[in-house]
Design a protein around this ligand. Structure first.
Ligand code: GSH
Length: 241
């Protein structure tokens, strides 16, 4: 059985795969990135997507193979890796709390995605633009501040006063918050600017992650793709008035 981490995600976008990639990169571990190495067909094939699903098939990318273990759902993968790569909290209580936080980040990611695809994933943005305008307006005024304020409060009230989200050290949750804030900077720069005064701790946390030795090296590398208009975080100026 191989202990190598084999990671599967669509090539060409950051998407949900980036939350997993940041944990692998933050830990400085070797991993295979099948989508980038072999292309989209290998990701489809690995999951049995569109064909007959095999036993223990993931529903959708991202997913991870580690020996004969298959792990899917972004937050679940991050928690699995965090535990093995020293990027999870120490205590069981904090580990469960951390998974709750990571799942909340994924809820946020879903709502960010739904601003440009509020009606159907299978339809173009241009075919659901009026609904997207309405959805984005509510997202900017209500949902985005609500989620961001929640993460800010977690940092502020962390009993260990570590200035991280959970526990005393950097965890996979902090890496996920970094990615979501970077995504919002790309997709909703105006809306985010309006909130910066309320999320000072989050902004500082994001900068600490950016300056983490391995993350900084990764961000400089050609493994880190730029955000683009095919991923979850898309910049449509009309949605960010
Ligand atoms: N909740 C899942 C969502 C997975 C998901 O929606 N993956 C996208 C790519 S980011 C996909 O390819 N979905 C295909 C589908 O939903 O059929 C997770 O966090 O991993």
């Amino acid at each position: 059985m191989s202990d190598e981490f084999t990671f599967f995600y669509w090539p060409g976008i950051l998407g949900r795969g980036e939350f997993v990639r940041l944990v692998l990169e933050g830990a400085g571990v070797q991993y295979r990135d099948i989508g980038r190495e072999e292309g989209m067909a290998a990701v489809v094939e690995g999951a049995g997507i569109g064909g007959t699903r095999t036993a223990n098939a993931p529903f959708a990318p991202p997913y991870l193979r580690h020996g004969d273990t298959v792990v899917f759902q972004t937050a679940n993968i991050c928690a699995y890796l965090g535990l093995r790569l020293d990027l999870a909290p120490e205590t069981e209580k904090d580990r469960h709390f951390a998974l709750g936080v990571a799942l909340t980040v994924e809820d946020f990611v879903r709502e960010i995605h739904d601003t440009h695809h509020p009606i159907a994933v299978s339809k173009y943005y241009e075919d659901q633009k009026p609904e997207a305008m309405l959805r984005a307006e509510d997202f900017r005024s209500n949902r985005m501040p609500t989620f961001l304020q929640y993460f800010e409060t977690l940092i502020e009230t962390n009993p260990s006063q570590s200035e991280w989200l959970v526990g005393e050290e950097l965890t996979y949750c902090d890496l996920s918050l970094f990615q979501v804030v970077e995504g919002l900077r790309y997709a909703f720069p105006n809306a985010l600017l309006g909130l910066v005064g309320d999320i000072e701790r989050t902004t500082e946390l994001v900068e600490r992650v950016r300056n983490h030795e391995r993350i900084a090296a990764y961000l400089e590398s050609d493994r880190r793709l730029p955000f683009n208009q095919d991923g979850i975080f898309r910049h449509y100026p009309e949605l960010d008035i």
